[in-house]
Design a binder for this molecule. Structure first.
Ligand code: AMP
Length: 216
């Protein structure tokens, strides 16, 4: 089975594309952001440690996220179905730790998909994003709105805005991406593993392009 890293700024659509591919092809979708938010909501020790970083738009420490990912990669489902790592790695140190974790679990990295979207559109998407408290469905008030304001089409539960999707924190996250994560573009390009895909089109068009890029 194939294993992929989805790289790109916040709001580029990594999570949406990973969700759609996982649903269609059965990949194990590992989103470090989703896992950290679940830990925060449950009030666990890990969640408490991560909270101040996540809420202020900074990165959680490399060791904490690497431990989460190692656990997911050692799950037998990973080898059976293939994995999409969404939002990990986000630093060169995490990329090094990922190499070790993949090797330990006899997995290989088949490609790194870079989703490219211009900054203005990213900010628009992040600040207009809303999420269902019940099923986690993701909406965008501008591009993919629910039929009824603030209510999920699928389950009728209310929608909320992630605290780090406020304009100020979204800008901070984009800066953190430029400083700490963008160096990974060069890192994976040198290894010949990088595939560039535009993430700036409409959802279903972006999805077709990703599938084409991965030969799925
Ligand atoms: P995301 O849902 O991918 O936008 O991630 C939300 C937040 O979770 C980020 O702004 C970070 O605070 C934290 N986070 C997610 N993934 C990582 C990672 N690989 N390394 C460090 N922090 C992360």
């Amino acid at each position: 089975m194939s294993n992929y890293v989805f790289l790109g700024p916040p709001g580029a659509g990594k999570g949406t594309m990973a969700d759609m591919l996982s649903e269609q092809f059965g990949f194990v979708h590992v989103s470090t952001g989703d896992i950290l938010r679940e830990e925060m909501a449950s009030g666990s020790e890990l969640g408490r440690q991560a909270q101040q970083f996540v809420n202020s738009g900074h990165l959680v420490t490399d060791e904490v996220v690497a431990a989460i990912v190692s656990r997911k990669l050692s799950d037998p489902q990973a080898a059976l179905n293939g994995v999409i790592l969404d939002g990990y790695p986000r630093t060169v140190k995490q990329a090094d730790l990922l190499d070790g974790a993949l090797e330990e679990n006899s997995l290989t990295l088949d490609a790194v998909v870079l989703f490219e979207v211009e900054r203005e559109l990213l900010l628009q998407r992040l600040t207009a994003r809303r999420i269902c408290r019940g099923c986690g469905a993701v909406y965008n008030l501008l591009y993919d709105p629910p039929a009824e304001d603030d209510v999920c089409d699928r389950c009728g539960v209310e929608l909320y805005q992630r605290s780090d999707d406020s304009e100020e924190t979204a800008k901070q996250r984009l800066n953190v991406y430029q400083e700490q994560t963008a160096p990974l573009i060069d890192f994976y390009e040198r290894r010949g593993q990088l595939i560039r895909v535009t993430g700036s089109k409409e959802k279903h068009k972006n999805y077709k392009l990703v599938q084409q890029a991965l030969g799925l």
